[in-house]
Structure formats: structure tokens, C-alpha cells
Design a protein around this ligand. Structure first.
Ligand code: TMP
Length: 242
């Protein structure tokens, strides 16, 4: 039997399923068609979203791997699935902001679209009960989620990833407004970029028109879930444009 078929469901999130593979430090990531907002309170779907997101994530993670960033991504297996290294996830969401938008705009009452010259790095504690609060370095260390040295390493990786992705999206006529990333530890206890990078987790604006090309359009109720296909397709089309 094909090793890839010897799988057991490990966990199921809002937009992905993770299968563990027998006797292996690898997992299979399966992309579902769900699209969510307000921390999962709104949960809808559109046809083939999982296929598009698998394709987009494959493109971005493949590019990051080739750019020297250590990621969990190994290869795409089929139209909805990827083979990845198994991670022990760090329960933090790291947000990198190049322009003001979203919760930062609301929190500090600053107009969306203002440039942030040196970028802002934020940490959110992944905890459903607490509604994923914004915390700082000291909180994360106090909570024993991450050490000071590990946090320094993560900040260094975030800077590198941001530099690579800003340039990459710029070449696709897209401004990388902000994005969220997650890290895990592999079986050697090394910190590795994990989870996903897609229009679900980034704010991507067209360079000329400033049109939003990401999930914000759904979050803000500008587009219905069924109309989101065109936006994800547009991102994929641009990724494949040289
Ligand atoms: P925010 O402005 O709502 O804090 O979001 C910042 C970035 O992080 C934005 O690109 C969307 C992304 N993000 C996620 O991917 N998942 C989340 O749960 C949240 C809150 C934000």
C-alpha cells in the first residue's frame, strides 16, 4: 500500500485537516473549502477554495524554501493536499505589518493604508477561551511558551521572511500590507515556519488600484463567499505571472 494512504486524522481546524502518517515525522495537510471570519463565528465555503489555497500555499512555501527559509513544506501531493514535516506548534500568531490596517487601525485609530517605515511586529496568544489576545515578548516568555533566545531567532526569521515576501509580491504588482505567520518545532527541536501563507492570512492590495485581493473582502461583507473564487484565482494567476 502507498505510504501516503496509511494516515490517521490528527486534527481538524476551520480550513484544514491534518493527517499523521504511520512511522513518520511527516504529516499531510488537507485544504478544505471553508472560509471563516470573526474567529470562526462566520464559517462559509466556496467551491474549490481548498484547491486554490493549496496551490497558492505550495507556490509561496516552495519559493520560501528556495530562498533559504526553513519551512515545514515538502511537496504538493494532489490538488488538495501537501506533504509537510510534522511540527510541535508554538501557540503564538506573529503578525507583521508594513501598512496600517485591520485591528491596528481600530486599536490606535489610524487611517488604513498609512505606511509603517520599519514594520511593526505583533504577537497574539493562540487561546480560544481568551479570544487570542495581543501580548508582548515579556508575556510570551512569562507564559513559558517561548524562550528569550527562541524569540530572538523568530524575530530574525520574521524580518527575513518579510523582506523576501514584500519583494516577491511587489513583483506581482501586489502590496503586502500585513500578514500572520506561525512557527513550530520539528523533531530536532528546530524552529521552522509552518501553517500557511495565503489570502486567508495576508492583506494583499493591488499596487495600482489599492483593490483588496484577500479575505478582508469577505470579513468586511463586501463580497459573498461564493464570489471569493475570483479573488483567490486572481492571486494564483499573478503568482504564475513572471
Ligand atoms: P488583524 O489586523 O485583524 O490583527 O490581522 C493582521 C493580519 O493577520 C491580517 O493579514 C490577517 C491575519 N490574521 C490571520 O491570518 N488570522 C487571524 O486569526 C487574525 C486575527 C489575523
Amino acid at each position: 500500500m502507498n505510504n501516503l494512504n496509511q494516515r490517521k486524522l490528527l486534527s481538524e481546524g476551520k480550513t484544514k485537516k491534518i493527517y499523521e502518517m504511520k512511522n513518520s515525522y511527516k504529516v499531510i495537510l488537507h485544504y478544505k473549502d471553508n472560509i471563516t471570519a470573526l474567529n470562526g463565528m462566520i464559517n462559509e465555503s466556496f467551491q474549490d477554495k481548498g484547491i486554490l489555497n493549496n496551490e497558492i500555499n505550495t507556490f509561496i512555501f516552495d519559493f520560501l524554501n528556495k530562498s533559504g527559509i526553513k519551512t515545514h513544506f515538502i511537496r504538493k501531493i494532489n490538488n488538495r493536499e501537501q506533504l509537510c514535516h510534522r511540527m510541535n506548534m508554538i501557540p503564538l500568531e506573529f503578525v507583521i505589518r508594513n501598512f496600517v490596517s485591520g485591528s491596528l487601525s481600530k486599536r490606535l485609530k489610524i487611517k488604513e493604508g498609512e505606511k509603517i517605515p520599519n514594520s511593526i511586529y505583533e504577537i497574539f496568544y493562540k487561546n480560544d477561551e481568551l479570544n487570542d489576545p495581543l501580548i508582548n515578548d515579556h508575556h510570551a516568555i512569562f507564559l513559558k511558551i517561548i524562550s528569550y533566545e527562541e524569540l530572538n531567532f523568530v524575530y530574525d526569521m520574521m524580518k527575513k521572511i518579510n523582506k523576501i515576501l514584500k519583494k516577491f509580491f511587489n513583483s506581482k504588482n501586489i502590496i503586502l500590507i500585513d500578514f500572520k505567520i506561525e512557527f513550530g518545532k520539528n523533531y530536532k527541536n528546530e524552529i521552522v515556519l509552518s501553517d500557511e501563507i495565503s489570502p486567508d492570512t495576508c492583506r494583499l492590495w493591488d499596487k495600482q488600484t489599492m483593490k483588496k485581493l484577500d479575505k478582508d473582502v469577505f470579513r468586511k461583507g463586501i463580497q459573498k463567499s461564493k464570489d471569493m473564487f475570483d479573488i483567490y484565482m486572481e492571486i494564483l494567476r499573478r503568482l504564475h505571472t513572471i
